[in-house]
Design a protein around this ligand. Structure first.
Ligand code: F6P
Length: 344
């Protein structure tokens, strides 16, 4: 009997999910003769029993598309009564032998835990935040950095023309990967990251340094999860998701207000938000996602479960899910030191 393999994408979307799905389905059907089943809206689809058949036809043309043809959600089955049992019931009914799980830390944590209930999973690392351990890069990150860099280039000219302090808030809940890399690439004058709580006085000092050498405009990149020293992250809503993550947002406006008060210079704030997640992936992300998808299906065929495909240097490899869950890959502080050479 043909093996039936499910695919799901969970958590926040990231450019390249469809490229993974395409590779998984194509390689699964053409190389191994698997039957492929789409699970809708992440773990939510396994609770509600929402599936769709995945054929070579259904994945045709999806490579450059953002979002996910399967949909996604931040549903946590472990906070739902009998969540794992319901999932296993649907898996059995659908005769699914194993699931390829495309997700970030929360989604993969569920994949790890549900492994103990007997569900066979292979994971693919996805998040624009690039904060998953065990892999050099998650797919989606490169696209987010490219979008943020382009935004910085555009903000640069208007900041200079108006002699303003332009603050750009980018995503990065716990880590400053997007802020740091786009900040370096876009020539930011200050970069603020969650890993290194900021001192407002220092930020103002950098702006004044520039002023003293005739530069009456500045570009500040701040990751949404950055916080002032001895302060807290700034949320725009008290809501949290199923996994307890806060809805961050507002640190850019906080900085804008405070800098205006202290320096009497005009500030403007741009929150890049979900623009960083939507739309077409870069060539890099399409290739990485394709390599991940192919490797995930090879693991399924080899009956190697409880693993996450990963990029180490130039090679795609695999790491046990148990070694990555509950951990966070913070930015390379050496790179942050390099960025600081250009502050002020
Ligand atoms: O997890 C990735 C991420 O993009 C974070 O950087 C951000 O805080 C969060 O998702 C936003 O999630 P949502 O789509 O639920 O607003």
């Amino acid at each position: 009997m043909k093996m039936r393999i499910g695919v799901l994408s969970g958590g926040g979307d990231a450019p390249g999910i469809n490229a993974v799905i395409r590779a998984v389905v194509r390689h699964g059907i053409k190389s191994y003769g698997f039957e492929m089943v789409g699970i809708k809206d992440g773990w939510g689809g396994l609770l509600s029993g929402s599936f769709m058949p995945l054929s070579l036809d259904s994945i045709s043309g999806i490579l450059p598309l953002g979002g996910s043809i399967l949909g996604t959600s931040r549903t946590n089955p472990f906070i739902i009564n009998n969540g794992p049992q319901i999932i296993l019931k649907h898996i059995k009914k659908q005769r699914i032998n194993a699931v390829v799980v495309i997700g970030g830390d929360d989604t993969l944590n569920v994949a790890y835990k549900i492994g103990d209930w007997g569900l066979k999973c292979v994971a693919v690392p996805k998040t624009i935040d690039n904060d998953l351990v065990g892999t050099d890069y998650t797919f989606g990150f490169n696209t987010a950095v490219a979008i943020a860099t382009q935004a910085l280039d555009r903000l640069h000219t208007t900041a200079e023309a108006h002699h303003r302090i332009m603050i750009i808030e980018v995503m990065g809940r716990n880590t400053g990967w997007i802020a740091l890399q786009s900040g370096i690439a876009g020539g930011a004058d200050v970069i603020l990251i969650p890993e290194d709580p900021f001192d407002l006085e220092d930020v103002c000092k950098y702006i004044e340094q520039r002023k003293n050498r005739g530069k009456n405009f500045s570009l500040i990149v701040v990751a949404e999860g950055s916080k002032p020293k001895n302060g807290k992250e700034i949320c725009y809503s008290a809501c949290t998701d199923d996994f307890g993550n806060p809805r961050l947002g507002g640190v850019g406006y906080y900085l804008g207000r405070e800098i205006e008060k202290k320096l009497n210079m005009e500030t403007r704030v741009v929150t890049l938000g979900h623009l960083q997640r939507g739309g077409t992936p870069t060539a890099y992300d399409r290739i990485l996602a394709t390599r991940y998808g192919k490797a995930a299906i090879d693991l399924v065929n080899a009956q190697k479960f409880g693993l996450m495909v990963a990029l180490k240097g130039k090679k795609i490899t695999a790491v046990p899910l148990k070694t990555i869950v509950g951990k966070r890959k913070t930015v390379d502080l050496e790179l942050y030191e390099l960025a600081k050479i250009f502050f002020g």
